[in-house]
Ligand binder design. Structure first.
Ligand code: DQQ
Length: 482
């Protein structure tokens, strides 16, 4: 059964709710309904019957992505995109819980005064979807809807005083030429004065905003940090940030259609993404070339196929960092990772973890740093390189990577990887960069999977601290007993 975008994550009466795009009829995308799961701890999940499915004229051809807003009185409302014909014409609808006293929120009602938003003549009605969570500013509720005008990515803004009648603002909140369709926009405040997450409607001096969009042209997302001017109803990214496909990413790996929500029970903003799979065949340029990492040490952990590893590396100096080739500035980090890999010996790096490794290293997913010296500063590359992850044929095995802006004065880099059979989710440099890889080893599975730390650079790397924990099996989406 096909599963994709996370929809309308929220916290309600002690339960986390997650809905997601789901095809109940097959393993490929289509017949889209909203599947629904609940959890008390974000680890163990129970599944419920689909919450939103085609049943009315305004969503008969599919219920596409959307978001939840928890109103000031605590009641949740869902906005989603309804598909109204075979040409995928799109409008925005709302749904409310049938029974607010049910913490599972099993049944949802789609009132007859839907839709809340129709595309006007200036809007491309087959590229008009994925309404955001609403926020309150300047006497109005506001939502964004993702779209495009020719090749310009657009986040249309709609205003409402009563949460029922929505009116398009004079200007989009933001748009960028050449970026194509903006799917699943996400817009939220972040605090400059603390680490706590913020409710969507918080504004003020110490608050900036993040705008994230998913680009259907590349299937990558990017975000900028900037200023939300509520008088002009516009968002201005900070100077110096790339507002396009080469911009910052929340995750540099298999990660798309993401969405955040504010968790009032822990004051955190929590991010959900779709760790998409793809059967596109990528040429494994590195097959059979180079050596396997030499200086490696096994990390003993009872279940290396399902583990949480946290390691801090240190090094005596930056002198051995290899030169940064200026040509790489034009490349995606993924291509730099493809050129350098984990196997070619370097100076300061490659060093890191070999996850999901088979005994003789026929298969392994290396997650590693390589530090380069550019004209003005050092550049730190984190790679999660799936090319050596599996002997399986025809799999999508990208050399995911990103550059991370990090202060190296204390000559330390940390890496945390959560390994879960086909998922390796890594956080580098104290979480400044994240990369999720989906990998499908054939032999490095279950108790055959191993974990190593390695260094293939000429500079000495010290493991300052290393903690590795086996992770238990959670309750994974078992149906709720009725
Ligand atoms: N998936 C949904 C759309 C969204 C896309 C349809 C992103 O609403 O734009 O399943 O993966």
């Amino acid at each position: 059964m096909e599963v994709s975008d996370p929809n309308a994550p929220m916290y309600y009466k002690g339960f986390y709710h997650l809905f997601y795009q789901y095809n109940p009829k097959g393993a490929v995308w289509g017949n889209i309904v909203w599947a629904h799961s609940v959890s008390k701890d974000l680890i163990n999940w129970e599944s419920l019957e689909p919450a939103i499915y085609p049943s009315k004229w305004f969503d008969n051809y599919g219920c596409w992505s959307g978001s939840a807003t928890v109103l000031p009185n605590g009641d949740p409302v869902i906005f989603y995109t309804g598909i109204v014909d075979k040409d995928n014409s799109q409008i925005q609808n709302y749904a409310v819980p049938a029974n607010l006293s049910d913490p599972y929120l099993r049944k949802w009602v789609k009132p007859d005064d839907n839709p809340i938003v129709n595309p006007d003549a200036s809007v491309n009605g087959s590229a008009f979807r994925d309404p955001t969570t609403a926020w309150w500013a300047d006497g109005h509720w506001k939502i964004l809807v993702g779209s495009r005008r020719k090749h310009r990515g657009v986040a249309y803004l709609y205003n409402s005083r009563d949460f029922k009648k929505w009116v398009k603002a004079k200007h989009p909140l933001h748009s960028v030429q050449g970026t194509g369709m903006w799917e699943c926009p996400d817009f939220f405040p972040v605090s400059l004065s603390g680490e706590k997450g913020l409710d969507p409607s918080v504004m003020g001096q110490n608050v900036k905003h993040v705008l994230k969009v998913s680009l259907d042209m590349t299937r990558y997302e990017y975000y900028t940090l900037g200023t939300y001017d509520k008088k002009k109803d516009r968002y201005f990214p900070d100077e110096g940030l790339v507002d396009g496909w080469a911009g910052l990413r929340l995750d540099y790996g298999n990660f798309y259609a993401s969405k955040t929500f504010y968790d009032p029970s822990t004051n955190r903003r929590i991010l959900w993404g779709w760790a998409n799979e793809s059967d596109a065949v990528q040429q494994d340029k590195d097959k059979g070339v180079g050596r396997n990492p030499v200086d490696s040490k096994e990390v003993k952990v009872t279940t290396a196929a399902q583990a949480d590893v946290d390691v801090t590396f240190s090094f005596p100096s930056l002198d051995k960092a290899e030169p940064f080739d200026p040509k790489w500035a034009k490349l995606d980090a993924l291509d730099v990772c493809a050129q350098k890999g984990s196997k070619a010996p370097g100076g300061l790096g490659p060093f890191g973890l070999l996850t999901l490794a088979s005994e003789k290293l026929e298969e392994f997913t290396p997650v590693f740093f390589r530090v380069f010296k550019a004209a003005d500063k050092h550049k730190v590359l984190l790679c999660s390189d799936a090319r050596s992850s599996s002997l399986g044929e025809g799999l999508y095995k990208p050399s995911f990577a990103g550059f991370v802006d990090v202060d190296l004065t204390d000559k330390r880099l940390s890496l945390r990887s959560l390994i879960d059979h086909s998922v390796v989710e890594s956080f580098g440099a104290g979480g400044r960069i994240a990369i999720t890889s989906r990998v499908y080893p054939t032999t490095a599975v279950f108790d055959k999977a191993r974990l190593f730390v390695f260094n293939n650079g000429s500079e000495t790397i010290t493991v300052e601290s290393l903690n590795a924990w086996s992770m238990n099996k959670p309750v994974m989406n078992v149906p709720v007993k009725s």
